[in-house]
Ligand binder design. Structure first.
Ligand code: HDD
Length: 700
């Protein structure tokens, strides 16, 4: 439908409109920019409500006031029950090679073809107004607007999930979100109810290991992997079906923060990830991920010692290599957060011909939940007509009416079959047996059916083998982070029996891990919980480690440069250029945001004030000070803390000789990450110095 006012422009995107808000006073010059009500009536005065006399009562007849307040009163909609806090961007998927051999999905047919998409990243537990950097799983949801309809790949940044059956999802979410009576803690799992539940759910053990790892505290949304998690199916034109697992690999490599850094980031910038994504796109540094597939057949699935329908299991890349088939580029920020990011409605049930589900019981439950939740969140069964959700291909059916119906269907045909066409009327659309969605042929349905039972398949009972695999695949540094995260989380739990159950469970993963967690909490090692099925060991999978997969690159990173009055102008220019050349963004920090007077007498503006730009915002730092500058900063707690935190967060610190007293006061001890401001600095800045960690904090 189109009820466009003259003040809205059609953006040719599913009827998307853009309302012009005139600048103050501009209406005198621009004839198209008048302020109107939602009925299109021009508004003469947006400053004063209609009242009877200068000091008299405001009149009920003021429809301009009433409409404005009415609309404002209803601006908020229910936030998502999970994944409420998120940020999103537009972009495209580009196919590297035709996948016609394994799928008939249109977006996978032609090499080089681009498909528009909208991707939303989120935290899970916190509300819409919570912080960006809690320890949490990150949602990774991609809506592909294909020529054959929308396909939503609604995944996370962790390849497995807490539970095996959707019937447990409300319990998981109730347990992890803020506690029912007190409404805290917000956005975190470090509390009684989560660990009480988790300790009673051995199937969550593998995911607990991931959630306690550095995967749950990413450096940037641009540096996380994405996973479809479930085993899906691809179906080719001949009806042959293959199993598939979907992976997104970030071009910038994986990178995470340290726990102390994540905690301080929460104070430094609530919007750390949202801002990072926005700024990267805004400055043309478009984030990219490659799409990878693990494709396998029934015989291979049958040969595995775990069940491919179990979402608490993964298939190591070393067992089935990932076939990289295309890339996703996010190149446009939303025009409006609410209209697009907030109203985006993802649903794993949105698939296209050539992609199909499996009987994974977690996936099957999701197929119902999302459609259902969108109705209560967006208020109408017609939410698919909202521009961000509308397919970019024709939508034709006999569904009618409902709240907020935007379409105006013509004619009498609202049922099917009909013979109206034969009578010269438009009978409407018809079924398309050849190109329409069909459930995969060749499914071994016989083996997957049986009597009605509330049971799980036998191999689902193995809750520990892959948790062991994950633990074995980590570096020593990552293991100490995992053990310390368990200690931190359990230290917040007040129910005394809970840590004992968690540790008793961890003994099944690794005895040393369990001992370290007990020692970190200062409690006796409890007895081992009985495993439902004896775990087995496999070869480690290096692909599961972040540190083994980090790229030594400055691409997409940010380097803080601390200056003060008297800093050397030529050195600063040289440093900024070196950082820029290495692909990173230099960010100048000074005691005053107006800048510092440099050695050449000129004032250089700062990008941020010292007190508001702590070093956790940067991947590495440089300290460029004159002797006087150093002297004055020795008295500045924020400056000492700036250097101390960079050291404690294992970052490279480059400095000039005059800055040494500040480094000394911050307790900096020389190591490979402490460099002069020469060519060594950009090289060091591309790394974290894990070996330093035992010198700066006690880890479990
Ligand atoms: Fe879910 C949202 C990912 C299991 C029910 N989920 C939601 C989002 C992501 C995921 C990324 C946010 C989408 C957005 O950005 O709007 N969920 C997952 C993954 C799961 C998973 C990777 C397991 C593999 N979810 C899951 C189950 C259920 C749900 C088992 C229910 C039976 N999820 C929902 C939901 C949400 C949702 C309640 C909340 C808001 C929404 O859907 O739109 O329906």
């Amino acid at each position: 439908m189109s009820t466009k006012t003259p003040f809205e422009t059609d953006r040719g995107n599913g009827g998307e409109t853009h309302q012009h808000v005139p600048e103050k006073g501009s209406h005198a010059h621009d004839d198209t920019a008048h302020l109107t009500t939602n009925q299109g009536i021009r508004v003469s005065d947006n400053q004063n409500s209609l009242r009877s006399g200068e000091r008299g009562p405001t009149l009920l007849e003021d429809f301009v006031l009433r409409e404005k307040i009415f609309h404002f009163d209803h601006e908020r909609i229910p936030e998502r029950i999970v994944h409420a806090r998120g940020s999103a961007a537009h972009g495209y998927f580009e196919l590297y090679e035709s996948l016609a051999d394994i799928t008939k999905a249109d977006l996978f047919q032609r090499k080089g073809e681009k498909t528009p998409l909208f991707t939303r990243f989120s935290t899970v537990a916190g509300g819409a107004g919570s912080v960006d950097t809690p320890r949490d799983v990150r949602g990774f949801a991609v809506k592909f607007y294909t020529k054959e309809g929308n396909w939503d790949l609604v995944g996370n940044n962790i390849p497995v999930f807490f539970i095996q059956d959707a019937i447990k999802f409300p319990d998981l979410v109730h347990a992890v979100k803020m506690e029912a009576d007190r409404a805290f803690p917000q956005a975190g799992s470090a509390h009684d109810t989560f660990w009480d539940w988790a300790s009673l759910m051995p199937e969550s053990t593998h995911m607990q290991m991931w959630a306690m790892s550095d995967r749950a505290i990413p450096r940037s949304l641009r540096m996380i992997e994405g996973f479809g998690i479930h085993t899906f199916r691809l179906v080719n034109a001949a009806g042959k079906s293959s199993f598939v697992k979907f992976h997104w690999k970030p071009k910038l490599g994986l990178q995470s923060t340290l726990w102390d850094e994540a905690l301080k980031l929460q104070a430094a910038d609530n919007d750390y990830h949202r801002r990072d994504l926005w700024e990267a796109i805004d400055t043309g540094n478009f984030p990219e991920w490659e799409l990878g597939l693990q494709v396998f057949d029934q015989a291979f699935a049958d040969s595995l010692p775990y069940d491919v329908l179990d979402a608490t299991k993964l298939i190591p890349e070393e067992v089935i290599p990932i076939r990289i088939v295309g890339r996703m580029v996010l190149d446009r920020n939303p025009d409006n957060f609410f209209a697009e990011t907030e109203q985006a409605a993802y649903c794993p049930a949105n698939i296209v011909p050539g992609v199909d589900f499996t009987n994974d019981p977690l996936l099957q439950g999701r197929l119902f939940s999302y459609l259902d939740t969108q109705k209560s969140r967006l208020g109408t069964a017609n939410f698919h007509q909202i521009p961000i959700n509308a397919p970019k291909c024709p939508v034709m059916n006999f569904q009618r009416d409902g709240q907020m119906q935007m379409n105006v269907p013509k004619g009498r045909a609202n049922y099917e079959p009909n013979s109206l066409t034969a009578h010269g009327e438009d009978g409407g659309p018809r079924e398309c047996p050849m190109t329409g969605f069909r459930t995969a042929e060749g499914r071994p349905e016989g083996e997957e059916q049986g009597g009605k039972l509330r049971v799980r398949a036998e191999l689902f009972a193995d809750h520990y083998s892959q948790a062991r695999l994950f633990w074995k695949s980590q570096t020593d540094s990552e293991r100490s982070h995992i053990a310390s995260s368990f200690v931190f989380e359990l230290s917040k739990v007040q129910l005394q029996q809970v840590p004992l159950r968690v540790i008793g469970n961890l003994i099944n993963v690794d005895a040393d891990l369990a001992k370290r967690v007990a020692a970190g909490l200062g409690i006796e090692l409890p007895k081992q919980n009985d495993p439902a099925r004896t775990p087995f060991d496999t070869d480690p999978s290096p692909a599961l480690s972040i540190q083994k997969n980090m790229k030594e690159t400055l691409n997409g990173r940010k380097i803080g440069i601390l200056i003060a009055d008297g800093s050397d102008a030529a050195e600063l220019a040289k440093l900024q250029k070196a950082i820029d050349d290495a692909g990173a963004t230099p960010f100048v920090v000074a005691p005053k945001v107006g800048g510092a007077k440099l050695s050449d007498g000129k004032t250089t503006k700062a990008d941020g004030q010292l007190a508001g730009s702590p070093s956790q915002l940067f991947d590495a730092v440089a300290v460029l000070l004159s002797a006087e500058g150093t002297k004055s900063l020795l008295k500045e707690g924020a400056a000492v803390q700036w250097v101390m935190d960079a050291f404690g967060h294992l970052k490279a610190i480059g400095s000039n000789p005059a800055a040494k007293p500040l480094l000394d006061k911050a307790g900096v001890v020389p190591d490979a990450g402490i460099t002069a401001l020469d060519a060594n600095f950009p090289k060091a800045a591309a790394k974290r110095f894990w070996d330093r960690e035992p010198n700066v904090r006690t880890l479990a």
